[in-house]
Design a protein around this ligand. Structure first.
Ligand SMILES: Cc1cc2nc3c(=O)[nH]c(=O)nc-3n(C[C@H](O)[C@H](O)[C@H](O)COP(=O)(O)O)c2cc1C
Length: 399
């Protein structure tokens, strides 16, 4: 299934066998584009988004000696582990974590603060939880190579200050503790993807939810799942309103603008590209170039309809809830999310996190009220979909 293949009869192919909804989809896109095209000149002039051509070299290793050392035989195992660990998901595909091998058995895990999103991710909570995801990914990646690795987070981390640290921060240490029979889970790291395309209008069965709930509980979290049509529709609608309203928050918008990319998805890279995002270059440029347009009722309505159309077929809303404040809690939350997400890949279930509702306090309050919960830190839509396009990864995360 990786690489966009899907077999006839495969549930993931069926989403394309629905002529009526495809027609409706095309009509809605055409209407939206027609309404907006007249504004495109203004938009093009205002939007400055990176493209494949405009993105230059990444953070490089500290010098040619170090580069040669990293390519040499001493660190072969870390190179192979890092290659798979690149697949860890991060908010806006910012990929802020690096592996710095110290010796053949030990590596530090480093955070690059300039890749954090402090305006949107208040207090760096989601980025800190993404370290938990990264730690778990390293362990699964190593296991797939027949190597047992344990990642231990640093004892005390000033989470809120991570984006302002004057130098990269060591968030933990990965240690090779033994050898093992290679696990067969490497493919799950690639199968796990964010799916922002329409889902197949089919419920995920109860046993799958039980298995996923058990994983959340093993990490001290709760997975709440809703499939009532009204709840699903209202939550998707609330999310699109949050997405649009958040575009009006200047500092947040300018922070995330840096991570939106138009053009063909490159083989190596970071950020959110138009195909994995399931948004056209025109839509992305409009959002960042002329966010004020979305306050016009007609444009807002058209944009809402178009966005919701990309989410048609959604049958489940999932909430992850539990402690999400201190460094150990955030690491544990990330490990819970990773465990659930990878297990979903095993069952062919996809998700799209919908963070805009929880990073905006007004919307977070509405989620708390609607679901009668006070400690939920992630809302997602979930279900079956065609295989979504892969988001790129940096060529190397070793430093
Ligand atoms: C903590 C966290 C929050 C995320 N929030 C969102 C979100 O609000 N909306 C969204 O579309 N994707 C969200 N994502 C998905 C990332 O954008 C995605 O993982 C990244 O682009 C890499 O793509 P992949 O998951 O397909 O490998 C989130 C991911 C993480 C780890």
């Amino acid at each position: 299934m990786a690489g966009g293949q899907c077999n006839q009869g495969d549930i993931r192919c069926r989403v394309h066998d629905e002529p009526v909804s495809r027609r409706e989809f095309s009509k809605s896109v055409a209407a939206t584009i027609a309404a907006l095209t007249t504004l495109s000149v203004v938009v093009e002039a205002c939007a400055t988004l990176p493209t494949a051509e405009s993105i230059h070299g990444e953070i490089t290793p500290e010098g040619s000696t170090r580069r040669a050392e990293l390519k040499g035989p001493t660190f072969t195992t870390w190179t192979e582990i890092a290659n798979l660990a690149r697949l860890a998901p991060t908010p806006h595909n910012t990929q802020p974590f690096r592996i710095r091998p110290v010796d053949p058995h030990t590596a530090d895990i480093i955070a690059l603060g300039d890749r954090f999103l402090p305006e949107e991710d208040h207090g760096n909570l989601y980025m800190a939880s993404a370290f938990g995801i990264f730690a778990a990914t390293i362990e699964v990646a190593a296991a797939a190579l027949g190597v047992q690795v344990k990642v231990v987070p640093a004892a005390a981390i000033d989470v809120a200050g991570l984006d302002r640290a004057s130098a990269p921060t060591t968030l933990g240490t990965a240690t090779i503790v033994g050898r093992m029979v290679p696990s067969t889970d490497a493919s799950l790291l690639d199968l796990r993807r964010t799916s922002r395309i329409p889902y197949v209008d089919r419920l995920v069965d109860a046993d799958t939810w039980t298995a996923l709930r058990t994983i959340a509980e093993s990490r001290g979290h709760r997975l709440l799942e809703y499939s009532d049509h009204d709840v699903v529709d209202a939550t998707l609608r609330l999310n699109v309103n949050a997405v649009i309203d958040n575009l009006g928050l200047v500092r947040e918008r300018e922070e995330i603008r840096r991570w939106y990319r138009t053009g063909p998805t490159p083989q190596f890279g970071d950020g959110l590209w138009e195909r994995p995002l399931n948004q056209s270059a025109f839509e992305i440029r409009t959002a960042f170039g002329s966010p004020g347009l979305f306050h016009l009722p007609v444009i807002r309505q058209l944009a809402t309809r178009r966005y919701l159309d990309t989410q048609r077929g959604t049958r489940h809303i999932v909430l992850l809830c539990g402690s999400f404040a201190t460094w150990p809690e955030l690491v544990s939350a990330g490990r819970a999310l990773f465990g659930i997400w990878v297990e979903m890949a095993r069952y062919g279930v996809y998700v799209q996190p919908m963070g805009s509702m929880l990073t905006n306090p007004a919307y977070a309050a509405r989620i708390a009220e609607r679901f009668a919960v006070t400690d939920c830190w992630l809302v997602m839509r979930a279900g079956y979909s065609d295989v979504p396009p892969r988001a790129p990864r940096l060529e190397s995360i070793l430093i």
